[in-house]
Design a protein around this ligand. Structure first.
Ligand code: MN
Length: 736
C-alpha cells in the first residue's frame, strides 16, 4: 500500500509496543507463566499479519485488536485464551493467515473461537434477513463457547468508541444495530457498564444534540450534586463505621441514555429528572454473611431516611436471570428529594459490572451460591435455537422481546420456582412446564382461583395448569403468549395444521389449472402469488382450501393476467433497481431539494422531518424514498433490519417550501390565551396553521397545533416566542 501520509515509523512502532505492554500489565494477574509466551506469539503474529493495514482513522490496524483484548480483560474479566483470541480476532478474516495455521500454532480451542468470530463477523450487508441470520449464528455459538460472544461484544464496543472516523451512513447503521442487538445482549449477559456505554454511544451518533445537551447539563450540575451527595451519605458513613463495616460508598450518575429515556417517557425536562444518580454502598464481607449484612445496612439507611415501600427491590433473595444481585431502595432525603440507594457486596458488584465471566469465577468458588440463573438462561437460548425454524427476522424479534423484558417469579403447585418474562400468561407458564402441557392447556388455577389461558401472571403466583385431551391450539393463542418457547411451539403446531390444509388447497389449484389447460409450474405459481398478493405457495393453497380465495377467482386471474402481462409488477426486481438507481447516482448524499428530479421522495409521516433535522433516506417498495429523522422511533428498526436500503440525506436550504410539524403546549386556562398564541403564530411569524385542538380541564389547558414551518430555526424562533406568552407552561414539538 502506498504511504500517502507522512508517518514517523519508529514512533508508531514504539506506540504499538507501548499499548501492548499496557495490555500485558492489566492481564498479568490472570496469567500463568506459560501464558505470557503464547500471548507474545499471538501479538507477534497479529502485528505482522496486519502490518501496513490502517483503520479509517489512519491509525495502524493493530491498535484495534490490542484494544479489544484490553476491553476483554479489564471490562469483561476474561483470561489468557480470550486475550489471545481477541488479538487474533480479525486475522483469519482480513489477512492471509488460515485457520489451520492458527490451530497448529495455538491449539484447537483458540482456533474454534476464532472460527466462531470469523463466521459471525461483519457482513451485515445486502439482504433483509442477512443480519438477523448472522445474529442467529452468533447465538448458536453460545452452545459452543460463550467467549465468542463476549469477545464479539468487546469488538463492537471498541468499534462504537471509534465510530467518529466512519462515514455518516455507516455510523447510523452500526449505531442502530448496536442498540437493537448488542446492548440488549450485553444487558442479558449482565455487562451493565458496557450496555450503558453502548446505549450512550448510540444516542451520541443518532441524536447528537440531545446527547450533548444532557452531557453538558450533567457536567454543569456536578458541584451542586457533590455537595448534596456528601451531605446525604455523611450520617450513613458514620453509622457503618461505628458498626465495624468495611465498605465504600459513592454517588454514581446514571447514564445519559437512561436520563434521556426518563425525560421522554415522563415528558419532563432534564431539571425535573430526580434520580440523576444513585448512591451505591459496596461491602467487603465473607460470602456466608452477605445477605444478613446487606439487610443490616438497609436498616441503617432507613434509620436516617424514610424509604418508599413501593421501591424496595430484593435481588439478593431472587437474583435476576442475568445473575444480577443487589438490594435497592428509594428514600427521601432531608431536602425532600427521592434518592435511590443500592446495597451490595464486592462480589455482587463485580458480577453486576463484569457479568458472565465474574459470575462464573465466583460460582466455582462459592458452593452455597444461590441459583445459577444465567446458566439456565443460556440453556433456554439453546433449546430455543434448536426448536426454532421460523424466519430469521421473526426469530430475532422474538428473541429481543425476551431480552428486554423484566421477570416475574412463579411457583408450581409443588413449590418449584419458574422465571418468566414480565407479561407472561397462564399459557406461557403451561408451555414452560412442557410443550405437551401447553398444547393441551384449557385454563389454570391461581391461588385456588380459576383463570383463563390469557390471564397475566403476577410475581409470586402459584399456578396449577388445567389440561384437556380435546384441546387444540389456535391462531388466537399467539396474541397472548410472550415467551419465545410458547410462540415457536404454537407456530409449529399451527404450521403442521396449515400444511395439511394447504395440501388440499394445492389439489384444488391443480384441478383448476388443468381446466385452463395449464401445468402447475414455478412461473405460474409466481404469477399467482403476485396476483393474489400472497407470500408463499403454502399460504396461497391454505387460503384457497379455506375459501378465503375462491377457486373461481383462478379463472379470473388467467384472463386478467393475459391482458396486462406487462404491468405485472415484479416487486423484488423493480425494487432492487430503484435502490441501485439511487445509490449509483450519488455515491454519498441525497440532497433533499436538489435531487428531486432524480428520485422522488416523501417525508415520513411518523416523524415529520423539517429542514435542519438530522435525517436519512429509506428506499421503500412502492413510494420512492422516505425521509425520516434519525431520532424517529422507527429508525432503529429500519436501519438494523434494512441497512442496505438506507441512503444518506441532507437538506439544501430552501425557503419556499413549508413543512408540517406539530407543537404541543400546556398552560393555565387564561382568557385570551389562545388569541395570544394564534396571533404570534399567524401575524408575527406568518406561519400557517393547519389545525389546532384544545382541551381544558380544571383550569389547565393542553393544545396540539399542526403548522407549516420552513426549518428547525424557524421552529425554534416560534417556540421561543410562544414560551414568553403569559400563562404558557410548556411547549414541545411532537411527531405525527
Ligand atoms: Mn474487529
Amino acid at each position: 500500500m502506498e504511504n500517502s501520509m507522512m508517518v514517523d515509523e519508529q514512533a508508531e512502532k514504539n506506540e504499538i509496543l507501548r499499548r501492548y505492554k499496557s495490555l500485558l500489565r492489566v492481564a498479568k494477574p490472570y496469567l500463568k507463566p506459560e501464558d505470557e509466551v503464547n500471548l507474545n506469539r499471538a501479538f507477534e503474529l497479529a502485528s505482522s499479519a496486519h502490518q501496513g493495514m490502517r483503520r479509517k482513522s489512519g491509525e495502524p490496524y493493530i491498535f484495534h485488536p490490542i484494544e479489544v483484548a484490553q476491553i476483554s480483560v479489564t471490562e469483561i474479566g476474561l483470561g489468557a485464551t480470550s486475550i489471545i483470541c481477541a488479538l487474533l480476532h480479525d486475522v483469519v478474516e482480513d489477512t492471509d493467515i488460515t485457520l489451520d495455521y492458527i490451530k497448529n500454532e495455538f491449539g484447537l480451542k483458540v482456533a474454534k473461537i476464532i472460527d466462531g468470530l470469523t463466521k459471525i463477523s461483519g457482513v451485515f450487508e445486502y439482504g433483509t434477513s442477512q443480519q438477523a441470520e448472522n445474529f442467529r449464528k452468533m447465538l448458536l455459538t453460545l452452545a459452543e463457547d460463550m467467549r465468542v460472544i463476549l469477545i464479539k461484544i468487546a469488538d463492537r464496543l471498541h468499534n462504537m468508541r471509534t465510530l467518529d472516523s466512519l462515514p455518516r451512513n455507516k455510523q447510523l447503521k452500526i449505531a442502530s444495530e448496536t442498540k437493537y442487538l448488542y446492548a440488549p445482549l450485553a444487558h442479558r449477559l449482565g455487562l451493565y457498564s458496557i450496555k450503558s456505554e453502548l446505549e450512550d454511544l448510540h444516542l451520541k451518533y443518532t441524536d447528537a444534540e440531545v446527547y450533548r445537551e444532557i452531557a453538558t447539563k450533567i457536567n454543569d450540575t456536578k458541584v451542586a450534586r457533590k455537595v448534596f451527595i456528601d451531605r446525604f451519605i455523611l450520617p450513613i458513613q458514620r453509622a457503618l463505621k461505628d458498626q465495624g463495616f468495611h465498605f465504600t460508598i459513592k454517588g454514581r450518575p446514571k447514564s445519559i441514555f437512561s436520563i434521556w429515556n426518563k425525560m421522554k417517557k415522563q415528558k419532563i425536562p432534564f431539571e425535573k429528572v430526580y434520580d440523576l444518580f444513585a448512591i451505591r454502598i459496596t461491602l467487603d464481607i465473607e460470602p456466608e454473611y452477605e445477605k444478613a449484612a446487606c439487610w443490616q445496612v438497609y436498616s441503617i439507611v432507613t434509620d436516617f431516611y424514610k424509604p418508599n415501600p413501593d421501591r424496595l427491590r430484593d435481588w439478593i433473595s431472587n437474583p435476576k436471570a442475568n445473575g444480577y444481585e443487589s438490594l435497592h431502595t428509594t428514600v427521601m432525603s432531608k431536602q425532600g428529594r427521592w434518592v435511590e440507594v443500592q446495597i451490595r457486596t464486592r462480589r455482587m458488584d463485580e458480577i453486576a459490572e463484569k457479568g458472565y465471566a465474574a459470575h462464573w469465577k465466583y460460582k466455582e468458588r462459592i458452593k452455597k451460591y444461590n441459583g445459577t440463573s444465567l446458566d439456565d438462561w443460556v440453556a433456554k437460548v439453546r433449546t430455543m435455537l434448536e426448536q426454532n425454524n421460523t424466519d430469521a427476522i421473526e426469530f430475532v424479534d422474538d428473541f429481543r422481546s425476551n431480552l428486554f423484558s423484566d421477570e416475574v417469579f412463579i411457583f408450581t403447585p409443588k413449590g418449584d420456582l419458574k422465571t418468566l418474562p414480565h407479561g407472561a400468561t397462564a399459557l406461557d407458564f403451561a408451555f414452560e412446564i412442557h410443550s405437551e402441557v401447553g398444547a393441551k392447556c384449557i385454563g389454570a388455577k391461581i391461588n385456588q382461583k380459576l383463570v383463563p389461558l390469557n390471564h397475566v401472571l403476577k410475581n409470586g403466583d402459584q399456578v396449577e395448569v388445567l389440561t384437556s385431551k380435546k384441546q387444540v391450539p389456535n391462531e388466537d393463542w399467539l396474541k397472548f403468549v410472550v415467551t419465545s418457547k410458547a410462540r415457536s411451539k404454537i407456530k409449529d403446531i399451527l404450521k403442521d395444521e396449515i400444511k395439511t390444509i394447504a395440501a388440499d388447497g394445492k389439489e384444488i389449484v391443480e384441478r383448476k389449472l388443468k381446466q385452463l389447460k395449464l401445468q402447475l409450474s414455478s412461473e405460474i405459481i409466481h404469477e399467482l402469488l403476485n396476483y393474489f398478493k400472497t407470500n408463499t405457495a403454502t399460504d396461497l393453497y391454505y387460503k384457497i382450501a379455506k375459501g378465503i380465495i375462491k377457486p373461481s377467482e383462478i379463472k379470473k386471474f388467467r384472463s386478467e393476467t393475459k391482458q396486462d402481462q406487462q404491468s405485472i409488477v415484479r416487486d423484488a426486481k423493480t425494487f432492487e433497481k430503484a435502490i441501485k438507481k439511487v445509490k449509483g447516482k450519488r455515491e454519498d448524499t441525497l440532497l433533499i431539494g436538489e435531487d428531486m428530479d432524480v428520485v422522488d421522495y416523501t417525508l415520513a409521516k411518523c416523524c415529520n422531518p423539517i429542514p435542519g433535522d438530522d435525517v436519512f433516506g429509506f428506499v421503500t417498495v412502492s413510494e420512492g424514498i422516505k425521509i425520516h429523522r434519525t431520532s424517529c422511533p422507527n429508525s432503529t428498526e429500519l436501519m438494523s433490519h434494512y441497512g442496505y436500503r438506507i441512503v444518506k440525506a441532507k437538506w439544501t436550504s430552501q425557503k419556499e417550501i413549508a413543512f408540517l410539524t406539530g407543537l404541543r403546549f400546556v398552560g393555565t386556562d387564561r382568557v385570551g390565551l389562545i388569541n395570544d398564541v394564534t396571533k404570534i403564530v399567524s401575524n408575527d411569524l406568518k406561519v400557517n396553521i393547519r389545525s389546532i385542538e384544545i382541551d381544558t380541564n380544571d383550569g389547565i389547558f393542553e393544545g396540539n397545533m399542526m403548522l407549516f414551518v420552513e426549518d428547525t430555526q424557524h421552529l425554534s424562533r416560534l417556540i421561543q416566542k410562544l414560551e414568553n406568552v403569559n400563562g404558557i407552561v410548556e411547549i414541545s414539538r411532537f411527531d405525527s
